[in-house]
Design a protein. Structure first.
Lengths: 107, 232
């Protein structure tokens, strides 16, 4: 199902109400050509189920992996992705942009 | 994010009220600011500008890096006319995150069979609009009935409410007569000029579904005006 911003935050609330561990990822800064605008959301539960996007699919895997730790320890963190990053060949943005993503627990 | 804050954001969105979530990007602490409270906030000037632009972003204040999540009411499309074009337009518009309502007093047209999964009000526009959250600048109105008795009251309400998009189906000749009626109803030339007519982007649309694409594209163009490379 195609998800919208409205669905994403409403779903985060529903997941949490149902007792699931939930993390919220938000694009907080972009430079150059970035696939999703600042403010875009991705939500992740402790099983790795997710809804929404913070890129065109390029870095979601890394954000989802990090979200598991955020749900576990309850500490927010800021992730940065881009071609300038040394991990660019692993997870990066093929479009050449850079993005910063805040991942926080919903508690 | 605290669950209470998330609940509050979802509630405000459902009520079509703008809010800004202020998040400290280092320690994760957050607070929610409603539009009415913004003037008394330490970040008043910045928050005011953000409510106007609708754009989220980082702001530096007192040596702290704060992220402002700006949540303005979700864009809404009110379609006047439960016609063939509307049947194609409603699901497409919903897929682009527009909250869609169809209004048509002709009960033979406004049936759930013709419009599954969309809010449908089989009422005259004045009565229907009174039942909905008030028209606002986050709302688009497309008048598609060809019938002045139905289209005109909705167009007048939309122009007065400064809806971000107001479009009306009909040829140039039909629109000329519409302009005369709206002028007689007391609307200024400037306001009337905001109506997109003939409706839709000029893509040579023929079928109802193609016309729906051209209307939806025009609504999105109005919504994303500030991101466009060429002027309207």
């Amino acid at each position: 199902m195609l998800s919208t911003d409205t669905d994403i935050l409403a779903t985060a609330e529903a997941w949490r109400e149902a007792g699931r561990g939930v993390a919220l990822a938000t694009v907080i800064e972009t430079w150059g050509s970035a696939p999703r605008p600042v403010g875009s959301h991705l939500i992740i539960d402790q099983e790795g189920n997710f809804l929404g996007s913070v890129s065109g699919g390029c870095v979601e895997g890394a954000v989802i992996a990090e979200a598991a730790d955020v749900i576990e320890d309850g500490q927010p963190r800021v992730l940065e992705f881009g071609v300038a990053d040394e991990t660019a060949w692993r997870v990066g943005l093929s479009c050449g942009g850079r993005i910063r993503v805040l991942v926080e627990p919903v508690a | 994010m605290k669950l209470d804050i998330l609940r509050e954001m979802n509630r405000e969105r459902a009520a079509r009220r703008a809010v800004i979530l202020v998040t400290d990007t280092v320690d994760g602490t957050q607070r929610l600011v409603r539009e009415a409270e913004a003037a008394a906030d330490p970040l008043a000037a910045e928050l005011g500008a953000r409510f106007r632009s609708g754009k989220s972003g980082i702001v530096e204040a007192d040596g702290r890096s704060l992220f402002l999540t700006v949540q303005v009411p979700p864009p809404r499309l009110v379609v006047i006319g439960a016609v063939h074009i509307s049947q194609a337009l409603a699901p497409m518009a919903q897929a682009t995150d527009l909250d869609v309502t169809i209004i048509d007093p002709r009960t033979a047209f406004a049936t759930p069979e013709r419009f599954p999964n969309v809010a449908l009000l089989p009422l005259w526009p004045d009565d229907a609009l009174a039942q909905l959250p008030a028209l606002d600048r986050y709302t688009a109105v497309a008048a598609l009935t060809h019938d002045p008795k139905i289209d005109d009251p909705a167009l007048i309400a939309a122009l007065k409410a400064e809806c971000f998009y107001v479009g009306a189906l009909g040829s140039r000749k039909t629109h000329g007569r519409r302009v005369e009626r709206l002028t007689a109803a007391g609307l200024t030339e400037e306001r009337i000029a905001r109506i997109a007519a003939p409706i839709g982007l000029d893509i040579g649309a023929v079928s109802p579904a193609e016309i729906a694409v051209s209307v939806l594209a025009q609504v999105i163009a109005a919504l994303r005006q500030d991101r466009r490379r060429a002027p309207a």
